[in-house]
Each structure stands twice: as C-alpha cells, then as structure tokens.
Design a protein around this ligand. Structure first.
Ligand code: NDP
Length: 443
C-alpha cells in the first residue's frame, strides 16, 4: 500500500521519483503518490479491508480544528465588520452596497460587496506572515490537509442542515421558499432562495466567496511553499497553476457585483449542493493540480509552458469578455456597442409568477452570436490549461476539466430548459439565430 512504500527521508530524487519528508507523508495514506486505484485494488484483491483504510485515515486534530475555526471566524469578521473601501479608490471597481437581481417573489436584496477587500487583507496577512512574522508556516494548509478536510465537512454539513431547518421553521422570506415534497431533494437543493442571518449575513455570498474562493488561492500558495520546502525550488508548472487560478479568483472578486446576477445567486436555492459544495468540494477539488504538483514536481519545457499560459489567458479573455458583453448589454438595455457595432437583439417577453408580463432582450452579437454559452467555452479553455500545466503523467490533475465539462454542459442544458420555458417562441428565435451552445459546428 502507498504509505508502506514511502520513505521519511527528506532528500529528493529527480522529479517524478521523489521521496517525501516526514511532514509530507505522515498520515497521508492513499494519496501520497496520488493513487486512488491502489487502495481500491487492495480492497478488491482482499489485501486490505475498508477498516484498514479507516484506521490509516488521519483523524480530525485539535490543531486543524483551531486553524479552521480561526479561519472561518476571521472571514466572518471581514465580511460583517469591514464595509468596503476599495470602491472609493480603485477606478472601475464596483463594491460597497449593491442590489441583487429580483427574486421570483419580487424581492430585491441588498448586499455588502467587500470580497476583494477581504481577499486583499487575507493575502497581505499571509505574505506578511510568510516573509516577516513567521507566526505559522506557509505550508500549514498542506501539512493539515486531511484533518482540515474533516473540519470543512463538519461545517459543510452543519450549514446545509441549518439551512434546511431554517427553511422549514424561520425562513428569511417564506415567499421565496421552494418545497418539493421530497425531503432528500429539499436537503440537497435547498429550500430558501436567499437565507440570511440579520440584514447582511447572506449565506450564498459568504460561503461561495469566503471559505470557498478566498481559500482557493491560499491553498495554492501553501502547496507552492511545500514544493519549495521539499525540493528547494518551485517548478514552473506550480507557478503557472498559481498564476492562472489567481487571475480567475481575482476576476471573481473584482466582479463580485456581477456575480449577484449569475445562476448561483439568481436561480439556485441554498442547500447541500451550495453549502457543502462551497466548504468542501470547491477548496478540495479545484486545487487538485497544486496538490498533485507537490508530489510530482513537473518542470515543463519553456515552449510547452508558454503554450499553456497562452491557452489559459485566451480562455480567460473569452470568459471575461463574453460575461462583460452580456452584463453591459443588460445594464444599458442594449444601448451600447459590442465589437464596435450596435448589437443585434431579440426582443422577448415572459410572464412572472404573479401573472405580470415583462419585456427583456437577448443579445445576438459578439460572443453571444458565436455560441449561446461561449462564456462557458472560455471557462473550459482556462480549466484545460490548469490541467495541462501538470503534464501528461497522470489522469488525476485532469479531474478538473472533466468535472467542469460535465458541470457546464449540464448547466447549459439546465439553463436552456429554463430559458425555453421562460421565453417560449422568443427563445426558439434565438436558438435559430445562434444554433450552437458551446462550440460552433460541433455542439
Ligand atoms: P450565464 O452568465 O451564461 O447566464 C445565463 C443567463 O443569461 C440565462 O439564464 C439568461 O437569463 C441570460 N441569457 C442567456 N442568453 C442570453 C443572451 N443571448 N443575451 C442576454 N442574456 C442572456 O450563466 P452562469 O451564471 O451559469 O455563469 C456565469 C459565469 O460563471 C460563466 O462564465 C461560467 O463559466 C462561470 N461559472 C463558473 C463555475 C465554476 O465552478 N468555476 C460554476 C458556474 C459558473 P435571463 O433569465 O436573465 O434572460
């Protein structure tokens, strides 16, 4: 089994055949060589039992619990107590108190948009600690990775369960609750649309952004620090993963106000899918590339790494511009220029739950004339770049692109089903004008 074949010798060999320091190996059964198949094969062939895996799984530790509680508390304080000041001096940044989209019950919530500020403060403190104060090691996240996973799960299940109870007994707004008759479905997909505590603590905005997305870049930094500790240097693949994902994360916080208009906030209810997903799935699976590179420190040829960088930046450009074009179009009610021209528009109408008729517009120019979800295509190109940065040695770091392809294809179909119901014949006119979803000529 993986753990038995490992050495505690801190010396390193050539990339790809590395032995690990004690810190890297302790209690890391089944993942020290990123092997998922070896433990399964051991169970299948009777060489190990599930109880053996359980016995070797690192338990939750007091240290991990302290780190996690301190981390979440710090993020809650940044979210609740520090009104945004970034929008006062950063040109073009929209922060502070902003309005979300209208909910199905016709409510427009206000949000304190201060995610960029929280990200900056958190990362500033991280660097001050790493280079000046040394209160804790920058490898702390990696070193407590599995014990922290327990803590993240406890929070993920606690918040999903709380959201369920709150939905039944004291919802923020009963008119925006959805009960399906299936207890399991209610738990998974959520009852409340925008659960809140008090006026400002919004579950969706907090859990997606703070324990989820702020953690993403910190985790990557911790993995880079671990690489340096183990091998004396950080590989170009690790730098690529850190840089490309940091651009994506920073983009999210720069555009946090825009995020209020995306499907997560506008259409999904808050249950296990978002609560557990933000606490566990996002920080643990979106960061698999960095984790893999700690164990397999790939040094990429310069041309290959430039190719990956270009793919990542092009994907990001398409993702950002497509989202920007729709946002601009909707904000100006079509009175804007897209690719230097007046945009082509499909006028449409829909009826809301209260039988009111509304008018809306669909953009047929720019990236929205190339394919109906070209923003997803850009996202997928960026996701592929993160995976390619890990070379071709193992399937594990490619989990992200496989997952994103499934997620965004499913999301695309889900969204189109909703739009077809909402706009009826007008949506058919749009699909006739722009026949492909993600890739012109293919899908
Ligand atoms: P979109 O931003 O694509 O929004 C879809 C909505 O936009 C539709 O429901 C419709 O809403 C409106 N719309 C659709 N077509 C048009 C058009 N031609 N003109 C104007 N409005 C239109 O979807 P998401 O919120 O899912 O995604 C936002 C971004 O977040 C994407 O770039 C995606 O890649 C990214 N993302 C990333 C994830 C990750 O885990 N990394 C997860 C999910 C998303 P309406 O009812 O208002 O008409």
């Amino acid at each position: 089994m993986a753990a038995k074949s490992q050495s505690n010798d801190p010396k390193t060999k050539s990339p790809g055949s590395v032995t690990f320091s004690k810190a890297a190996t302790q209690g890391q059964w089944g993942r020290a060589c990123c092997s998922l198949t070896a433990p399964l094969a051991d169970i299948a062939t009777g060489r190990a039992r599930l109880s053996d895996i359980w016995a070797k799984t690192p338990p939750v530790t007091t240290k991990a619990a302290q780190i996690y509680v301190a981390w979440v508390t710090f993020q809650v304080l940044l979210y609740m107590l520090l009104p945004d000041i970034c929008h006062k001096f950063l040109p073009g940044y929209v922060g502070g108190v902003q309005e979300g989209a209208m909910t199905p019950a016709g409510i427009v919530h206000k949000y304190e948009i201060n995610g960029l500020q929280a990200w900056l403060i958190t990362h500033l403190l991280w660097f001050v600690n790493s280079y000046l104060l040394a209160c804790f090691s920058p490898t702390v996240i990696f070193d407590n990775w599995i014990p922290l996973l327990w803590c993240a799960n406890i929070l993920g299940y606690a918040v999903s369960t709380f959201a369920m109870i709150k939905g039944y007994f004291f919802p923020t707004d009963a008119r925006d609750c959805k009960f399906t008759g299936s207890f399991f479905y209610n738990y998974m997909m959520g009852i409340e649309f925008n659960p809140r505590i008090g006026k400002w603590f919004d579950f969706k905005l907090f859990f997606n952004g703070r324990p989820g997305i702020i953690a993403w870049t910190l985790i990557n930094l911790s993995f880079a620090a671990k690489q340096r500790e183990l091998y004396g240097h950080v590989t170009n693949s690790m730098v690529l993963v850190n840089v490309l994902q940091a651009i994506y994360v920073l983009d999210f916080f720069w555009n946090e106000t825009w995020y209020l208009k995306t499907i997560d906030i506008c259409h999904d209810h808050f249950g296990w899918y978002l609560g557990w997903g933000d606490c566990v799935w996002l920080p643990y699976l979106y960061t698999l590339q960095g984790l893999y590179l700690v164990y397999h420190p790939v040094q990429l040829p310069t041309r290959y790494s430039l190719g990956v960088l270009l793919l990542g930046l092009l994907g990001y450009y398409i993702f950002r511009m497509a989202n920007h074009q729709k946002d601009l179009f909707r904000r100006t009610d079509g009175r804007c220029l897209i690719w230097g021209r007046k945009p082509k528009v499909i006028e449409c109408s829909f009826t809301s739950a209260d039988e009111q008729k509304h008018r809306s517009k669909l953009l047929v120019s720019g990236f929205w004339g190339v394919a109906r979800h070209f923003n997803y295509t850009g996202d997928l190109m960026g996701s592929l770049a993160y995976c390619l940065a890990c070379g071709g040695g193992h399937l594990l770091p490619y989990f992200y692109i496989i997952y994103m392809a499934i997620l965004l294809t499913h999301r695309c179909l889900r969204d189109e089903h909703r739009c077809a119901n909402k706009y009826g014949r007008d949506w058919e006119r749009y699909t006739a004008a722009v026949p492909y979803r993600l890739l012109p000529g293919i899908f």
